[in-house]
Design a protein around this ligand. Structure first.
Ligand code: GRF
Length: 207
């Protein structure tokens, strides 16, 4: 059984997709140990509580400096002892000591086709604003392992989504979620839970 901790900051629609996929048997051999948020008001925490899943709030704002938050957050996750950590719309930079402790065991969903529209400053709606500003015709989403860089770890899966003529950032964000994120992230978890992936030379392969 793959034990996962899901980290969230906002709406939690990706968390919902994971919980639904577990309930429907689309993700097998997987159990959510806890949902962690940096934001006590996150709707995602409500979604977790509705399913009877342990919800934890831990925010940098409650610590005197970043280093003490980083240590407390890492200790909390270590205490839960998951096999993998899933970042599902988590807006906090993962502490270096956590990346080390969970090497190739943290995955993230990013709402663009990496390496386009990613890195510092590319999060949430901003990604879709930049996509529309640039006028690209195709965008999408990426699931990747997390390393020390920003959106730089080995890519697990990607899915393209077409831009439509009258798109606004909000409309595009919703389409990327519906057509890519809510499909890709549960699939990646199921692949890991069922031992279908391996990493060689920083690249992910299907067994
Ligand atoms: C998603 O678009 C995710 O890719 C991005 O933040 C958004 C989170 O949405 N990193 P939700 O909280 O899962 O609804």
């Amino acid at each position: 059984m793959l034990k996962i901790v899901v980290c969230v900051s906002g709406g939690g629609t990706n968390l919902q997709a994971i919980m639904d996929a577990i309930a429907d048997g689309k993700i097998t051999n997987t159990e959510i140990l806890a949902v962690i948020s940096n934001n006590a008001g996150a709707k995602a925490l409500e979604r977790a509580r509705d399913r009877g899943i342990c919800d934890i709030c831990i925010s940098p704002k409650s610590y005197p400096d970043r280093e003490s938050f980083n240590q407390a957050f890492t200790d909390k996750v270590k205490e839960l002892a998951p096999d993998i950590v899933v970042l599902a719309g988590f807006l906090v930079r993962i502490p270096p000591q956590m990346v080390q402790a969970f090497s190739n065991r943290i995955i993230n969903i990013h709402p663009s086709l990496i390496p386009s529209f990613c890195g510092v400053g590319y999060y949430g709606l901003k990604v879709h604003e930049k996509v529309l500003e640039r006028g690209v015709k195709v965008t999408g989403a990426t699931v990747h392992f997390v390393n020390e860089g920003m959106d730089e770890g080995p890519i697990i899966a990607q899915k393209p989504v077409m831009i439509e003529p009258d798109d606004t950032p909000e409309i595009l964000q919703r389409r990327v979620m519906e057509q890519a994120e809510w499909i890709l992230l549960p699939q990646a978890i199921d692949d890991i839970a069922n031992n279908r992936l391996e990493i060689r030379d920083n690249h992910v392969f299907r067994r």
